[in-house]
Design a protein around this ligand. Structure first.
Ligand code: G6P
Ligand code: MN
Length: 447
C-alpha cells in the first residue's frame, strides 16, 4: 500500500508516521512518499521519521520528492496537508482581519476566507493531477479550511476525497470521558460544517447519556468546552458546540483578546517553527526529542487567547496529547483498504443528510466507512439557530469557490461580506484590498 503525503515537510507528519508504525496488519502502508516544495523542511522531517522508524523491522519505506506528478503516480492513498502561503500567510490572514476589528483566525471568519481563496486554486490543480495520475486513489484532505477545500476537490474527485478534522473526535472523547463512557463504544451525534458543528447526543448501548451531563453542573463545567462556553450557555443550547464556535458565541471577547495579544497564533507558530526547522538543520540536534518538545509547546498554547478571554486556565492534561488527526486518518484508511467497517466523523458530500443543504455541500457528519468509501448516516435536523449559521457559512464558501473559479473581485467581496463575523460590506471591500496587497497568491482575483 502506497501513501503519498502532500505537505510532507509539515510539522505534524511524524504523528502520521508514528501511527503507521503501529500498524502491522496485512494491507498496511509499506511505502510513504513525502512531497513538499521546501527541501529544508523535507529533510528535517525525514530525519524525525528516520529516528521514529529505528528498530521497527516493517517500518514503511520513506522517500521524498519535490515533483508533484512523481509523488502522485501509483499512490493508493493521498493525504493532502499543505499550507498555501505557509505560516507567514496565516499570520497575515489573522493580522489584516484584526486590524479591521474583525476576527483573524486560521479557518473562521475573514482569515479563513482569505486562506481559502489562496488555497482553492492550488488544491483544484492538485485534484486534477490526482484524477489523471492516480484516479483510483483515495484522497484524505487535512488541508484547511477543510470543509471548503474538500468541497472544491470533490467537484473533481467526487466521493474519493474525504476531509478530516480532529476537533469532533476530541470533543466526543472529552464528553465520553466525563460521562465515564468509553469513547470507542459511544455513538456521537455530531453534525454541522467543519469547525462549525454541535454534539447533540452520546449514545452508549443505544441509550443517550448526554442528558446526564446537563443535569450535573459540576460535570458540565469540568471539561474544555464547559469552561470555554460556560454551563449556562451550554444548557441554553442543549448541545455542546465545537470549540471553534467560541469565535461566534463570544466573538467580541475573542476578537479583543486576539487584538490585545502580543502575537497572533500564526505569528507565534511562524517563530516557533522557524526555530524548529533551523535547529533541525544542525547535525547534532536530536530529531525526535526536539520535535516532541516543540509539539508539546504547540499543544499547550492552542487557543490560549480564547481560554484567557473566557477566564479559564490551562488545558487538561489529557487534551495535551495531540488531537488525533493521525488516528482518524489511519482508521479511515484501514476501513477503506480492508473493508473494516468503522464509524467516523468526516467531511463528505451531504447527499440528503441535512435537508437545508444541497446534495453536493460538504458537511461534517458521522459516516459509516467501508471499502466503498464514507457514507453519511442520517441525523436529526439542526435547530434553526444552527441552520442559520450553517447555511450562512456554506453560502460564504460557495462565493469563495465561485471567486476562485472566475477570478471575480465582486464575488470575493461577497464571500467576505456575507460572513456572519464580518459586519459591513465596506469592511469586506477593505479586507479584500488588504489581502490582495499582501498575498501574491491572490493576484488571480483581477476581474
Ligand atoms: C485543530 C484543528 C485544525 C487546526 C489546528 C490548529 O487541530 O482541528 O484544523 O489546523 O487545530 O492548531 P495550531 O496549533 O496550528 O494553531
Ligand atoms: Mn480541524
Amino acid at each position: 500500500m502506497k501513501l503519498t503525503i502532500l505537505g510532507g515537510g509539515g510539522f505534524r507528519v511524524p504523528l502520521v508516521y508514528g501511527a503507521l508504525l503501529g500498524d502491522h496488519a496485512e494491507g498496511r502502508v509499506t511505502h510513504v512518499t513525502l512531497f513538499d516544495l521546501d527541501a529544508g523542511r523535507l529533510s528535517a522531517i525525514e530525519r524525525v521519521l528516520g529516528e521514529q522508524g529505528e528498530g521497527v523491522p516493517d517500518a514503511p519505506v520513506v522517500r521524498a520528492t519535490n515533483d508533484l506528478d512523481e509523488a502522485l503516480r501509483g499512490a493508493d492513498f493521498v493525504f493532502s496537508a499543505i499550507r498555501v502561503g505557509g505560516l507567514a500567510g496565516r499570520a497575515a490572514d489573522e493580522r489584516i482581519a484584526l486590524a479591521e476589528g474583525v476576527l483573524g483566525q486560521e479557518t473562521v471568519g475573514a482569515g479563513g476566507i482569505a486562506y481559502g481563496l489562496r488555497t482553492l486554486p492550488v488544491v483544484t490543480h492538485i485534484a486534477h493531477r490526482i484524477a489523471e495520475l492516480a484516479p483510483d486513489a483515495w484522497v484524505i484532505n487535512f488541508t484547511n479550511p477543510a470543509g471548503m477545500v474538500t468541497e472544491a476537490m470533490s467537484r473533481i474527485l467526487g466521493d474519493r476525497v474525504i476531509g478530516i478534522c480532529d476537533s469532533p473526535v476530541g470533543l466526543g472523547r472529552r464528553v465520553a470521558r466525563v460521562l465515564g463512557a468509553r469513547p470507542d463504544e459511544a455513538w456521537i451525534d455530531y453534525v454541522g460544517l467543519n469547525h462549525l458543528g454541535w454534539l447533540r447526543g452520546l449514545k452508549v448501548g443505544g441509550h443517550d447519556v448526554l442528558p446526564r451531563l446537563f443535569e450535573d453542573d459540576a460535570l458540565l463545567g469540568s471539561f474544555e468546552e464547559g469552561r470555554l462556553f460556560g454551563t449556562e450557555w451550554l444548557r441554553s443550547l442543549g448541545a455542546i458546540p465545537n470549540e471553534y464556535l467560541h469565535y461566534y458565541y463570544f466573538n467580541r471577547e475573542a476578537v479583543r483578546a486576539y487584538r490585545e495579544a502580543e502575537m497572533t497564533r500564526g505569528a507565534y507558530l511562524l517563530d516557533q517553527q522557524a526555530g524548529f526547522y533551523e535547529e533541525m538543520g544542525k547535525p547534532d540536534t536530536p530529531p525526535l526529542a526536539t520535535w516532541h518538545r516543540v509539539l508539546a509547546d504547540r499543544e499547550a498554547t492552542y487557543m490560549a487567547h480564547n481560554r484567557e478571554a473566557a477566564g479559564v486556565g490551562e488545558r487538561d492534561e489529557e487534551d495535551l496529547e495531540s488531537g488525533g488527526y493521525e488516528k482518524v486518518a489511519l482508521a479511515l484508511m484501514r476501513a477503506i483498504a480492508r473493508n473494516e467497517r468503522a464509524t467516523l466523523i468526516l467531511n463528505v458530500r451531504n447527499r440528503r443528510t441535512l435537508s437545508v443543504l444541497d446534495a453536493d455541500a460538504v458537511i461534517e457528519v458521522p459516516c459509516l466507512v467501508d471499502a466503498a468509501g464514507a457514507h453519511p448516516v442520517s441525523v436529526d435536523p439542526l435547530p434553526y439557530h444552527a441552520v442559520g449559521l450553517v447555511t450562512a457559512v456554506k453560502a460564504v464558501e460557495r462565493e469563495a469557490l465561485a471567486a476562485a473559479e472566475s477570478g471575480s473581485r465582486a464575488t470575493a467581496v461577497k464571500a467576505f461580506a456575507l460572513h456572519p463575523l464580518v459586519d459591513s460590506v465596506a469592511v469586506a471591500r477593505r479586507l479584500l484590498d488588504g489581502y490582495t496587497a499582501e498575498h501574491a497568491g491572490l493576484a488571480y482575483l483581477r476581474r
